[in-house]
Design a protein around this ligand. Sequence first.
Ligand code: HEM
Length: 410
Amino acid sequence: MDILTEPIARGFDIFDVPPGYLDDPYPWLRQLRDDDPIHPNADGSVLLTRYADVRAVWREPGTSVDKAEMFRERFGEGPLLAQHTTGMLFRDPPDHDRLRRIVHPFFTRATMARFRAFLEATVDQLIDDVAERGRFDLVTEFAEHIPAAMINRVLGVPAEDAQLLRRLGLQVLFPLNPRVPQEAIDAGHAAAGEFVDYLGEHLAEVRRRGVDGPPGSVLEALVAAEADGAAITPDESVHMCLLVFNGGHETTTNLISVGTYGLLQHPEEFARLAELDDRAVNVAVEEINRYVSPLQLQGRRTTAGMDLPSGSLPAGTEVVLCQASANRDEREFADPDRLDLSRKPNAHLAFGLGVHTCIGNQLARLEARVVFPRLARRLRGLALDGDPIVNPNIRFRGLSSLPVRIGAVT
Ligand code: HEM
């Protein structure tokens, strides 16, 4: 793209991005990587855009994710603050590790594989439905239904509550964006409160009936761990469920919608996907994750001075890690803006790194391994049928609409 005719580094603020950034952040990120890899934001934080720097911070055990003070100031007391300070994503070791150990055994590749048959049936049914129409919206009529169905199943709550929970989940997540209006914060508190009550009731129900045999859901895994004397409070159990729900929902929806958009812009790759065997599909899914980076930014605070490949950070620096940029860094990936389904090696950072590495990565990968080849095999000739609408969200890069039309159906 040639829209960047002069250095942008000076005026750029990740929390007040220029027009056009949401549609295509990559030209800005490339220029930041080249000219200003440790970029000061207006609020005093720094933005890291190079792969080597992002990776180094993620691997440094001494950084902190605790944002209690900042969130208390922004949100005030209430259920929204409780979620974003009790969930393990915003806790440092040892509390983080204590909580993660409890649910980690449930999220293995082997356990997630137990959900494969349900996932395949869900995706096939959705494809049958859209195939009848010829034209459809890939976001609202396809992508957003898959993680919704899966996460309810994995969590162990009724499928019919999917849309209600999705709405509440989005209201809880939205205030994590900068400069949100007070109404959105109030809505976030109300949604978090409603969600906490809902999950509390379902957890209580599982506690009443007890867990027999290996846990079949996150709720059962938590209750079984409580019964085994695991160190987790009832409050922490509820917030763990809410965090898992939110972690697994929007990210995977966006992987499917933005990933499909990317594939339709690379039609030869989309066609090739239909012919790949399972092993090659696994490689392709890593590339789609790299290319999309559904979560684009993460936060850390340094607790001691840190030397990075591109410079030094003093103790107490608020750091914004841009994995979306790291995943397009030409210093790590050849021809990074090209979606190359056979790219290898591909040590992308879409799922993070270090102690907070995405706990749901095997579920997200499973969904992608089922969805993308099925789209390519069953909806041959799928093509864009209008412009996508990008969500106004700098962290969760996603679409609210992707009009498509179908060529042949098999
Ligand atoms: C393509 C889909 C996904 C992407 C791109 C993604 C990305 C990430 C990233 C980058 C982190 C690290 C955050 C940090 O270091 O600050 C993370 C953590 C997390 N993710 Fe995911 N995620 C995805 C899917 C899921 C799914 C399906 C679930 C739930 C089943 C999930 C649950 C979580 C949780 C609970 C954490 C916090 C882990 C911790 O603090 O130890 N994610 N995710």
